[in-house]
Structures are given as structure tokens and as C-alpha cells.
Design a protein around this ligand. Structure first.
Ligand code: BTN
Length: 256
């Protein structure tokens, strides 16, 4: 993998229900070390956020989970894990597009909390399961689904893939390796300079500083995302001017 930790233990499965489920079932330290990567070439019951399913094409996309055993990460700071994951996927996608499209390629953004978009289309999703003991994150399973070579995507879900963006097939395993490298970079930065991780996340936030349509408690709401707080709640400036923090339990981007 050319990494120190992320992917040093690598488990490759032809097919599994969900790599997050697999990681949860084998979470004991003797089975999965910090940084372990579980890759499935096919997922039969991939899981998405909010109880949704995650679909990917057998052998065409990337579906994998990274197991982390943070040292001293307070439960209150758990959202920083999501930032690290989002920044790593964001960087990998951006690099893949730049190589083939130059700087003028599609804009890669992080849609709160951690979807990755190219322009307005979703290219990757992240599902994190934390195990908290005594106020500390003892372990985390970071599940990443990246649309790589799929070309039959659900347009109603406004999804895209690297292949569709770039116009040619992509090397999945090279992308996985790059993802592990950049994940390790952002993970190390979290230990040495967490403020830099926070700032980088906010800089890449989709719709930051401009009005976007949301649903707040199920009702239409227009607001301007400005930042996230330590709990991962989105800070949104309403049209009347005040800034309030909302979690996923109350706020979501309006479906298009
Ligand atoms: C989302 O809804 O956007 C999150 C999708 C997360 C999908 C990945 S694929 C690998 C891992 N295993 C799962 O079952 N889900 C995550």
C-alpha cells in the first residue's frame, strides 16, 4: 500500500453483505488492527446514511471500510473523523479529475456532512460507525463508497462516477491505494494540527456562503451554510440574518 498504517492490514473479499457489517462483526483487536482496510468487490446489502441502501456495481466501484482505533479522541470530537474521511475522498477525486481534465474540470465539494460531489452530482458517500466508551471513541468503522467505473447510475439520485466524469475507465486499485495514502496524511494532520483539518473541511464545503434550499423539521427553509460546530452540526445563516446550528436530526438539504 505504501502507507505506514492505513491498509497495512488488508482484507479483500469477493462478496459480502456490507464491509461495515463485516468490520463490526470482526472488530476484536486480535482480528482487526488500527488502519485495517476491508475491501469488497461486491456488496449485496451495502448500507447508506439514514438507513438507506448503497448500491454499487460488482467489480466496478470501490466499497470498503477502514477500522480506526483512535488514541484519546473525545466522543465530543467524533465529527473530526468524518472530516478526515471526507477530505481524503475529496482529495482523491479531485486529483483523479485533474490528471485527465486539467484545472478546468468539475468542481469537487463536500456536501455536509460528508457526501462528495462533482459539480452537483454525488460521486461518493461515507458511513461512519463509532464505538464510544467512557467519553472516548474507542473504535470507528469508516465505510466509503466511491463510484469509479459504473456507468449505469440512478440519475434521479443525481449520481456520477469517475468514469463518467473522465470519459475513460479508471484503475480501481490504484485509486484505493491513493485513498489510503491521503487518508493517512489527513489522519496524521488531525493529531498534529486539528485546526488545519477543520479549516480545510470548511473551505471545501458545498454551498458555503451562498443560499441553499433545506428542509428544517420537514419544512422548506432557505439558509447559507457558514461552518460546522464541534458536534458536526451545520451553522446556517437564515434569511433574517441570525446563525443557528442544526444537526442531521432536524436539517437536510432539500431533495432536488
Ligand atoms: C451514504 O449514504 O452516502 C453513505 C454510503 C456509504 C457506503 C459505504 S460502501 C462501504 C461501506 N459498507 C457499507 O455497507 N456502506 C459503506
Amino acid at each position: 500500500m505504501h502507507t505506514k498504517v492505513i491498509g497495512a492490514q488488508f482484507i479483500e473479499l469477493a462478496s459480502v453483505d456490507s464491509t461495515n457489517n463485516y468490520a463490526a462483526e470482526h472488530l476484536s483487536l486480535s482480528e482487526l488492527q488500527h488502519g485495517a482496510v476491508i475491501l469488497a468487490h461486491d456488496q449485496t446489502a451495502g448500507r447508506g446514511q439514514r438507513g438507506r441502501t448503497w448500491t454499487s456495481s460488482n467489480g466496478l466501484d470501490l466499497t470498503y471500510s477502514i477500522v480506526l482505533r483512535p488514541q484519546g479522541l473525545k466522543a465530543a470530537d467524533h465529527f473530526r473523523l468524518g472530516k478526515v474521511a471526507a477530505l481524503a475522498v475529496h482529495q482523491t477525486v479531485e486529483e483523479a479529475l485533474k490528471v485527465t481534465q486539467g484545472v478546468g474540470g468539475g468542481q469537487v465539494r463536500i456536501k455536509w456532512p460528508n457526501d462528495i460531489l462533482v459539480d452537483r452530482q454525488k460521486i461518493a458517500g461515507i458511513l461512519i460507525q463509532n464505538d464510544v466508551v467512557g467519553g472516548q471513541v474507542q473504535s470507528a468503522i469508516v465505510g466509503i463508497g466511491l463510484n469509479v467505473n459504473s456507468s449505469e447510475l440512478n440519475h434521479e439520485h443525481h449520481a456520477t462516477s469517475l468514469r463518467l466524469e473522465v470519459g475513460q475507465p479508471q484503475d480501481r486499485m490504484a485509486l484505493l491505494e491513493r485513498l489510503c495514502q491521503v487518508f493517512e496524511h489527513w489522519w496524521d494532520l488531525l493529531a498534529s494540527d486539528p485546526a488545519q483539518v477543520d479549516a480545510s473541511y470548511v473551505e471545501r464545503l458545498w454551498a458555503r456562503g451562498r443560499y441553499a434550499d433545506f428542509e428544517l423539521d420537514g419544512q422548506p427553509f432557505t439558509g447559507r451554510p457558514v461552518d460546522v460546530d464541534a458536534d458536526g452540526r451545520l451553522l446556517v445563516e437564515g434569511e433574517a440574518g441570525g446563525v443557528l446550528a442544526y444537526g442531521l436530526d432536524r436539517l437536510r438539504f432539500a431533495p432536488r
